[in-house]
Design a protein around this ligand. Structure first.
Ligand SMILES: [Fe+2]
Length: 150
């Protein structure tokens, strides 16, 4: 599945409200994916305020279970493939590499992995999804302009 609009992506992120991370997977933690997405993005907005793509990667990294329920190993690739056409190669690459066991990491990926972990535990108020609409639109617009150059 490929996401073609910010609206479609927002719908999917809203659908994460009732989803749990890796249901039934041994060692998988039960976490409200919608809150987890908002918290991960909020952590990154604080630590990397200028890097909208990194923040957006934090917001969308966890949509895999919605796209392919039950197939935990495929989740990062699924999520990356879904967001690539809309949000671009960098965001897709960050999403693909967000799990600590998925290979070597540069600074951005390390920051995302840290935020992912913090976004599971911290109980702070992370705002609402609507706060992210303009940021998503900005990253999507930038990506479509870059795509038009090819
Ligand atoms: Fe996560």
């Amino acid at each position: 599945m490929e996401l073609r609009s910010v609206e479609e992506l927002m719908d999917l992120l809203y659908a994460c409200r009732s989803a749990l991370d890796a249901p039934g997977f041994p060692g998988g933690r039960r976490v409200d994916l919608h809150q987890h997405a908002l918290r991960t993005a909020a952590v990154l907005r604080r630590s990397r305020p200028a890097d909208k793509e990194l923040q957006v990667a934090g917001l969308v990294h966890a949509i895999g279970p919605l796209l392919r329920p039950g197939d935990r190993t495929a989740h990062p690739d699924c999520a990356a493939d879904a967001v690539r056409p809309l949000l671009g190669e960098r965001v897709a690459g960050l999403v693909r590499g967000h799990r600590p066991d998925s290979g070597p990491a540069d600074d951005d990926l390390l920051r995302l992995r840290q935020a992912d972990e913090e976004g599971r535990h911290i109980g702070f108020a992370a705002g609402v999804l609507e706060d992210w609409r303009t940021v998503l639109e900005l990253v999507a617009a930038r990506n479509s302009r870059l795509g038009a150059v090819d």
